[in-house]
Structures are given as structure tokens and as C-alpha cells.
Design a protein around this ligand. Structure first.
Ligand code: ATP
Ligand code: MG
Length: 139
């Protein structure tokens, strides 16, 4: 059965470009409840750990550099079928390939600076949520 939680980050480009409010509005309008939220800036070590699976990819250095370049907003979101529905809401990794109306189509700058993260499985949603939040931060 699909889980009811996912994890997101509004990435540095979207924060820098003033899109936090618009993105949270879209998330709420799509029926997600915000269970936990914080604004923070990742260290190189934290970003490297978060994107560990991509360590051997050619874009890993660029990815860590970008993800540590400014503040991000991290949140745990709740909704039925959360992981899949949120991936649909954010759109394809490359904003040029993202559907009209998706968050990446509307707000992303490039394939690297693509505005927002969404967990790709229920298992990773739990791991990523635990990376940022303790039980007492959740509502
Ligand atoms: P995310 O995990 O951030 O939600 P995603 O699941 O759509 O994104 P992944 O394949 O997991 O995509 O890649 C992680 C991130 O690495 C992307 O969101 C993007 O910021 C960056 N990235 C992916 N492919 C490239 C690339 N070819 N060039 C530069 N950066 C890339
Ligand atoms: Mg991913």
C-alpha cells in the first residue's frame, strides 16, 4: 500500500528567486498537509550525504555546490499516495521536459537548479524526513 508521507525541499534557486510562498500555495492547493517545516542551509557534508546515491555521477560536484549555495526550505508533507502525487505535482527533473503547470515548469531555472525536491519512494521519504526532523518537530 502506498504511504501517506513524502519529503520535500524548496531548493536554493527557488528561495533566492522569491518563490517560497507561491510553491507552498501550490502544495496546499494540491491537498498536502505540512507536517513539519524548517528553513536552513545545508553544509557540504550534509548535501553530500543527502545525495549519496549520486556520488559517482558527473554532476555530483555541481549538485552539492548548488544545494549548499543558499538557504532551503525542508518539509514533511502528508496526503494519500503522497510520493507519487507529489512527483506529479513537481514535474520532470529537467524543467524543459516538465508538464505545464508543474512546480518545476513554473519555477525551475535549469536541470541542476530545478526548484524543488520530492522523495522517490516511501522508504526514502522516511529516511529523508528523519535526516531533517526529530519526532518532536512533527505536527
Ligand atoms: P530530486 O531527487 O532533487 O527530487 P529528481 O529525483 O527529479 O530530483 P535525480 O535523478 O534524483 O532527480 O537527481 C537529483 C538532482 O540532481 C536533480 O534534482 C538535479 O538537481 C540534479 N541533477 C540531475 N541530473 C542532472 C544533470 N544531468 N545535470 C545537473 N544536475 C543534475
Ligand atoms: Mg531524486
Amino acid at each position: 500500500m502506498a504511504g501517506n508521507k513524502t519529503f520535500t525541499m524548496i531548493k536554493p534557486d527557488a528561495v533566492e528567486n522569491g518563490h517560497i510562498g507561491a510553491i507552498l500555495e501550490k502544495i496546499n492547493a494540491a491537498g498536502f498537509r505540512i507536517v513539519a517545516m524548517t528553513m536552513t542551509q545545508l553544509s557540504v557534508k550534509q548535501a553530500g550525504k543527502f545525495y549519496e546515491v549520486h556520488r559517482e555521477r558527473p554532476f555530483f560536484g555541481e549538485l552539492v555546490n548548488y544545494m549548499t549555495s543558499g538557504p532551503i526550505v525542508a518539509a514533511i508533507l502528508e496526503k494519500d499516495n503522497a510520493v507519487e502525487d507529489f512527483r506529479t505535482l513537481i514535474g520532470a527533473t529537467d524543467p524543459q521536459k516538465a508538464e505545464e503547470g508543474t512546480i518545476r515548469k513554473l519555477y525551475a531555472t535549469s536541470i541542476a537548479a530545478n526548484a524543488i525536491h520530492g522523495s522517490d519512494s516511501d522508504e526514502n521519504a522516511v529516511i529523508e524526513g528523519n535526516f531533517f526532523f526529530s519526532q518532536r518537530d512533527r505536527f
